[in-house]
Ligand binder design. Structure first.
Ligand code: ATP
Length: 361
């Protein structure tokens, strides 16, 4: 049977969780449930506060949503809903599923869940209503009694007529807790999470909170500029994520213009980035250079004019950059040179060459 033959149009999978971070166990369960339960698509629903983890310290909603976005970007059948993070407070599945059902025009919703959570379904808010109003797809999670989950599924079917699909996902013994611990211990998380999520987590771990907030603003601006100027959004996002990876998290030397080169080297050696344009966008983001590609100009400018920068001329400068990459780059480079001279610092030959070239255009 072809995968498409099973799909029941309008039956949507919703996969709730904390996703701190999303990992391979989640993704394989979601994809297997989609195919085996015939779901037209799967929507990941990160909780703001998970009722059973109210004391736990969790990454920000923004970080968890970003990681989900990175993890699912190449699957056309996957999506994300921010219904619980937008609402705030403790996230109760029954409330969210009812709201989503309305949002999706009365669609039939199938809630995707692993063994551990399914075994304690009676403890969930309005459990009876939950199993009466919605379908379930229950996946295997190693370390928990799946035979008990099968038994429970039988009971619920009998008592409430619940449609429950038992999903035969490949058992992956993995938890977000383990991944967070491995990062703290400096152990590899490669293949436990998608590579894009691994990069995000390692950059966040290395650069420190303040610089990571800056990095995220640069990602947002660089990807918006890429979309506007016809550049690859993926490359802009990658270069922006890694642009400060070489910088000392403690603050480092002021105006340490060499950190672009260090970050480019780390991008190649630690993350296997081979795209020359991405590497150059990282390498030259502090100085610019003659012959900057469109991607290089975007990352250079996004770094300088991201909304967290507060110097006087920033609004005018941002408008110029969003209008035209060349005049934006020239204006920013001239400002950079002025600033360096005022501080008695050396102006790089690359900066001089870039100014000379752009002035001729
Ligand atoms: P944490 O370790 O932080 O408690 P977690 O790995 O259990 O996190 P959650 O985001 O809490 O992940 O899980 C969301 C959903 O995914 C739950 O239904 C859970 O049962 C299921 N799930 C999590 N990990 C796996 C796995 N390895 N295999 C199958 N299902 C999983």
């Amino acid at each position: 049977m072809f995968e498409e033959d099973r799909i029941e149009e309008g039956r949507i999978g919703v996969f709730g969780g904390t996703f701190d971070p999303v990992h391979t166990g989640h993704l394989l369960l979601a994809e297997t449930a989609r195919v085996q339960a015939g779901l037209s698509r799967v929507v990941f629903m990160p909780a703001h506060i998970q009722p059973f983890k109210q004391e736990a310290e969790t990454s920000s909603d923004d970080d968890r949503l970003r990681m989900l976005g990175l993890a699912i970007s190449d699957n056309p059948h996957f999506g994300i809903t921010s219904i619980e993070t937008d609402k705030g407070g403790v996230s109760y599945t029954i409330d969210s599923l009812r709201a989503l059902r309305e949002e999706y025009g009365g669609a039939r919703i199938c809630f995707i869940i692993g063994t551990d959570m399914f075994l304690m379904i009676e403890k969930w808010k309005e459990a009876e209503a939950l199993v009466s109003e919605f379908d379930f797809a229950v996946g295997v999670r190693p370390g928990y009694r799946h035979d008990e989950a099968v038994e429970k599924a039988g009971e619920l079917r009998e008592a409430h007529g619940t449609r429950i699909d038992l999903v035969e996902n490949p058992p992956i013994d993995l938890s977000s807790t383990e991944i967070r611990q491995r990062i703290r211990d400096g152990e590899t998380i490669r293949y436990r999470v998608p590579e894009s999520v691994r990069r995000f987590l390692l950059v966040r771990e290395k650069v420190g909170e303040k610089r990571f907030a800056h990095t995220k603003r640069v990602i947002d601006l660089a990807t918006a500029m890429a979309a506007r100027f016809g550049e690859s959004v993926e490359k802009a996002g990658l270069a922006a994520l890694l642009h400060d990876y070489g910088k000392d998290p403690g603050g480092g030397v002021e105006n340490d213009l060499g950190h672009g080169g260090m970050a480019a080297e780390a991008a190649a050696s630690e993350f296997g980035v081979a795209d020359v344009d991405v590497l150059n966008a990282i390498r030259y983001h502090t100085t610019g250079r003659a012959g900057m590609s469109r991607l290089e100009r975007i990352v250079f400018l996004a770094d300088t004019v991201e909304p967290g920068r507060t110097y006087d001329s920033i609004a005018r400068l941002r408008d110029t950059c969003l209008d035209d990459l060349d005049s934006g780059a020239l204006t920013v480079l001239v400002e950079l040179k002025k600033y360096l001279l005022m501080k008695g610092l050396e102006v790089s030959a690359d900066t001089e060459a870039a100014i000379a070239e752009l002035s001729r255009k």
